[in-house]
Design a binder for this molecule. Structure first.
Ligand SMILES: Cc1cc2nc3c(=O)[nH]c(=O)nc-3n(C[C@H](O)[C@H](O)[C@H](O)COP(=O)(O)OP(=O)(O)OC[C@H]3O[C@@H](n4cnc5c(N)ncnc54)[C@H](O)[C@@H]3O)c2cc1C
Length: 671
């Protein structure tokens, strides 16, 4: 039974939301996700409420849930079973990022690192990882170094056929590693490898840190927890680890492409330190790609909760009287604040996951070619392109995601601030996605570096995914708007990216000629130039891929609604570059900007009648959503009151103390 008003909005739509869901997500994906949800609903450990758990309680719940998923055998390797992997990932990420972090840090971060950097001698360990006989953590970050991974200070010194691990200073103590505080039996740890008195640079190692029976740490290793954190991260065991002369066998070295002979000689097939570093840190790209989906999920939650609540919430009206009040969703300003994130939820999903254009599929193809040891010029180009795009899309998606939750919370007014809305908690849950697996501003530099490397070959750029080929020809300036806002937006983006590439490159050359070294040059070209270049390139690719997807949709009603969604997404993103478009000379006078804004307002209005069905097409099951404000029945007040009533006439213990205190005050005033 749902509230009549929400149904009225549902009936306004021009399309069938279930059909749209099937087209955007794929029928198999929808079915597999429903299976995971049904399993979770049937198990008491996955029961949901709005209680705030202590750190200890949350850790235990996460542990029990993790155990259940492992016992169910639901956790799959993405390379052997991508569809099941995606279904589980998405459901868990939406349910509780803390539980999913426990699984993925073990399988997809720790496990992937052992697989990609290890060799035959790590085969037995890989089997244990896949069988969940051990628990793994990934220890790269130190107190003193995060982004600058090359300078981590932990050392691994070859000594008498073994490796001796040390943290020479407080700054060298490992930290932030998930799963480490209480559970990890093994870790992948990054350290500077010293052999025969020479530092051979950053290397990955896999070592056992605890006895799996007693959970006591091994000699020379101290491990602790990092204390309380916001949101779901309270349930994640982010730990610190200090080494003092910890001795590990030589086999700890993850020796793909390098090794130490038993008599203590370092040998390597890497041609340069940067090649070695790109292999040892390559696994981070996998995580980066997954994090794009965190941005998509954040936009999904924000728009689902806030748009459904905006129908239940009525304030003001054309005439006096509560019966004349209108849903706040009717206000164009509320629509302008929320609908762009609804469009972002759909477009980022299509960009990242939807068949044919999905980035995940292209990335998986790339990783498989790397894993079988392929070496070709085309693959190296593929690698650069994948890296440029994932390093741009992760910031664009996660910034949009966190921003959407903040906007949704404000758009829900005071009730949005309640824990039971879930909006602030979700904001906390998603916040670190802007930082981990590469701090957003840092990794945008990797995108711009790759793009700047293409300047010399303009005219001949030919990348495997064709995301950079448009840079071969000089785009023209704005002349007039056409009836296709997406093509218009893409033209503007092409100009913007091309121009930013040229200006960033010429600025870099000027700085070089003025005597600045390459470090200074890189730093000085970031603000207004390289950062914007990376964002423009990424957004252009996102819009371009979604447009290609929409072109291929056969069902006319679905094509129509997706076109409206993409119109809004393109214009919403483009508006953010308005100043740069004018500065770079794309347009002059007010016409371009005025019309862009007019088209944006129209795109928002066009989405309004479709909005509730669009929400239904992306919304997770109510059990997963777990928001009193965003439930699919539209009965926000009933759900809010149901929760309020749990706290009726509460009398905490200290009320007696209050009564005594008041009595004392009144007696002393009478004296
Ligand atoms: C919840 C959570 C979980 C995590 N899990 C793990 C884990 O499992 N394993 C692990 O090893 N690590 C983990 N991390 C650590 C994470 O990877 C690092 O925090 C991240 O890489 C950023 O590094 P940093 O914190 O040192 O930031 P810093 O590098 O100190 O950055 C601080 C600021 O300086 C800026 N800055 C730095 N250098 C430059 C530059 N050259 N130019 C311009 N600006 C610059 C950055 O943009 C940023 O704004 C986790 C972190 C969090 C929050």
């Amino acid at each position: 039974m749902s509230a009549p008003l929400i149904d009225k909005y549902r009936k306004m739509a021009s399309f069938d939301w279930k059909k749209l869901k099937a087209v955007v997500e794929g029928e198999e994906h929808v079915r597999l996700k429903a299976e995971v949800v049904a399993k979770m609903k049937s198990e008491p450990i996955f029961h949901r409420d709005y209680r705030v758990l202590s750190r200890e309680e949350q850790r235990e719940v996460v542990h029990q849930r993790w155990k259940k998923i492992v016992e169910w055998g639901l956790f799959k390797d993405p390379y052997s079973d991508l569809e099941n992997f995606k279904a589980l990932t998405e459901t868990l990420e939406a349910y509780d990022q803390g539980t999913s972090a426990r699984l993925f840090l073990h399988g997809n971060v720790f496990g992937a690192a052992v697989k990609s950097m290890g060799t035959e001698r790590h085969k037995e360990l890989v089997e244990k990882i896949e069988n969940n006989e051990i628990v793994g953590a990934f220890c790269l970050t130190e107190i003193g170094h995060g982004s600058n991974t090359a300078e981590v200070q932990t050392t691994a010194t070859f000594d008498d056929g073994q490796l001796v691990f040390n943290c020479p200073s407080i700054g060298a103590i490992k930290c932030w590693a998930g799963n480490l505080s209480h559970s990890a039996t093994h870790v992948v740890v990054y350290a500077q490898l010293h052999v025969g008195g020479k530092n051979e640079g950053l290397h990955g190692f896999v070592i056992q840190v605890r006895c799996p029976k007693t959970f006591q740490t091994f000699p020379g290793i101290t491990i602790g927890d990092m204390g309380s954190k916001p949101g779901c991260w309270q349930g994640v065991e982010n730990g610190w680890m200090e080494f003092k002369n910890h001795r590990a066998p030589l086999s700890a070295l993850l020796n793909k492409g390098c090794d130490i002979t038993p008599d203590g000689k370092y040998v390597t097939s890497f041609k340069s330190a940067s090649e070695k570093q790109s292999v040892s840190l390559g696994t981070l790209s996998v995580g980066r790609l997954g994090i794009i989906a965190k941005g998509m999920m954040a936009c999904t939650f924000a728009s689902t909760i806030a748009i459904r609540y905006s129908v239940a919430r009525r304030q003001f009206g054309p005439e006096k009287g509560a019966e004349n009040e209108i849903p706040v969703l009717e206000y164009p300003l509320q629509q302008y604040r929320l609908f762009p994130y609804l469009s972002a939820a759909i477009c980022i999903r299509i960009f990242q996951k939807t068949k044919c254009y999905r980035f995940v599929e292209k990335f998986t193809e790339y990783m498989m070619r790397v894993m079988v040891g392929e070496k070709s010029e085309e693959l190296s180009e593929f690698s650069k392109e994948v890296h440029a795009l994932s390093s741009g899309a992760k910031p664009v998606a996660t910034w949009l995601g966190v921003e959407s939750l903040g906007e949704a919370r404000k758009a829900c007014g005071g009730h949005g601030f309640l824990h039971m809305s879930r909006l602030n908690t979700l904001r906390d849950d998603n916040d670190p996605s802007q930082t981990f697996e590469g701090e957003n501003f840092m990794i945008l530099q990797q995108t711009s570096n790759i793009l700047l490397g293409k300047v010399a070959s303009i005219g001949l750029i030919n990348t495997p995914m064709s995301t950079m080929t448009f840079l071969n020809s000089k785009p023209s300036k704005f002349s007039s708007w056409t009836s296709d806002p997406v093509n218009d937006a893409l033209s503007a983006y092409r100009y913007l990216t091309y121009h930013l590439l040229q200006t960033t490159s010429s600025e870099a050359n000027k700085l070089k000629q003025s005597g600045k070294n390459s470090f200074e040059v890189r730093n000085e070209i970031q603000v207004h130039r390289a950062v914007n270049l990376s964002i423009a390139y990424t957004e252009h690719t996102m819009i371009d891929w979604v447009q290609k997807f929409v072109e291929d949709v056969e069902d006319v009603t679905l094509k129509g609604v997706l076109q409206k969604v993409l119109n809004l997404f393109s214009l919403f993103l483009l508006e953010r570059h308005l100043a740069t478009l004018y500065i770079t000379g794309y347009a002059s006078g007010g016409k371009f900007g005025e019309e862009l804004r007019e088209k944006l307002r129209k795109a928002v209005a066009d989405v309004k009648p479709e909005s509730m069905a669009l929400v239904d097409s992306i919304a997770p099951d109510d059990f997963i959503l777990n928001s009193a404000l965003g439930a699919s029945d539209g009965k926000a007040y009933d759900h809010i009151m149901e929760e309020f009533r749990k706290y009726t006439n509460e009398q905490p213990r200290w009320v007696c103390d209050l009564a005594q205190f008041l009595q004392k005050r009144s007696q002393s005033s009478k004296l």
